[in-house]
Design a protein around this ligand. Structure first.
Ligand SMILES: [Zn+2]
Length: 337
């Protein structure tokens, strides 16, 4: 028998909140905002010790599902950020710690007293040798002066910048009321959109906002299983693809951990929206799941994985068709790191 394994690039989850794995199996309310209350209660009880233990377990789960790099969008505090990095090292997964800036709202533990304090935290984390990105949490959590200051720092230090935007309609209404522009327009105005920027979700982005992303060379991280779970809506896939905006995937809440399912959902949504098939060519879909995510995190090297050609779900599939069969017909148990 020929080699029974097929080597592939490791998958990359460019957006993770590992502590939300603890919400698995819980109903957590009737809409996004009700779910958020449960999520905040879970966030409140975290300590460096719980992060160190639970994140290592979650990262091992990511690793066994074929993810070999993670962008941890972290807003639980500085000591917990260091614990998350330690957990990733123990689990053997590459990590970019995307340290969240949180000026207002949320829990007190999320917040820094000033943008200077936030940037000091970033510097201290970088001094440990960790791979760090900046992450103004959202236009909800950061004012325009914070966004502008963080954008200047990211550009000067050549760091990636990740930010949540346009996940829920209410966030857009609030931004319009406060600033007179939509969230991605505010990000553009404050210098936050560059080719090192990843906007997470962009579910309700307008076409004009997508044009801004395109002009800046910014990317979008979509998190299909989490966005489905939370009732966020459908990302504007055809418009994103038409503009050539680089996409990546995130396991986000980690309630479901399966990169193949994220990609299947992504292409499935694109097919439903367009009434066509093969909307995202297979090679591009696999890049969305791997190299695009690594680029979004500033990661050059990350471990590869293998598909188990003897897995029952691949029985009868010719070797050349295995990548497509993985995406459309298999769960992550057909993969190993
Ligand atoms: Zn998120």
């Amino acid at each position: 028998m020929a080699d029974a394994r097929l080597s592939l690039p490791g998958f990359v989850t460019a957006h993770s909140h590992a502590f939300q794995r603890e919400l698995r199996g819980r109903g957590a309310g009737g809409d996004f905002w009700a779910w958020r209350e449960t999520m905040l209660a879970e966030a409140a009880r975290q300590t460096p010790e719980t992060v160190r233990d639970a994140y290592e377990r979650t990262y091992r789960e990511l690793r066994s599902a074929g993810y070999t790099a993670v962008g941890e969008f972290h807003y639980l505090g500085f000591d917990e950020a260091q614990a998350a990095i330690g957990a990733a090292r123990a689990a053997g997964i590459e990590i970019a710690l995307l340290l969240a800036a949180y000026e207002r709202g949320g829990l007190e533990r999320f917040r820094q007293a000033s943008v200077a304090e936030y940037l000091d935290q970033v510097e201290r984390l970088r001094a440990t040798g960790a791979r760090v990105g900046v992450a103004p949490h959202s236009v909800r959590a950061c004012s325009a002066p914070w966004l502008a200051e963080i954008a200047r720092y990211a550009e000067r230090e050549r760091l990636v910048l990740h930010v949540h935007a346009n996940e829920q309609p209410r966030e857009i209404e609030d931004c319009l009321a406060e600033h007179g522009v939509r969230p991605i327009e505010l990000l553009a105005r404050t210098g936050c959109l560059t080719s090192s920027t990843t906007v997470v979700h962009a579910t309700h982005a307008s076409l004009a906002e997508l044009d801004l992303l395109h002009e800046a060379g910014a990317g979008v991280c979509v998190c299909p299983t989490t966005e489905a779970n939370l009732g966020d809506g459908f990302p504007p896939l055809e418009a994103l693809l038409e503009r050539g905006i680089p996409l990546s995937i995130g396991s986000d809440s980690n309630v479901r951990i399966d990169p193949l399912e994220e990609l299947r959902e992504l292409e499935g949504m694109a097919r439903r929206q367009t009434g066509r098939r093969e909307v995202i060519p297979l090679a591009e879909l696999l890049a969305i799941g791997s190299s695009n995510g690594a680029a979004a995190l500033g990661i050059d090297r990350w471990p590869g994985i293998e598909a188990d050609l003897t897995h029952r779900a691949l029985h009868g599939v010719s070797e050349k068709d295995v990548p497509a069969a993985l995406v459309f017909s298999c769960g992550a148990d057909a993969l190993s790191g």
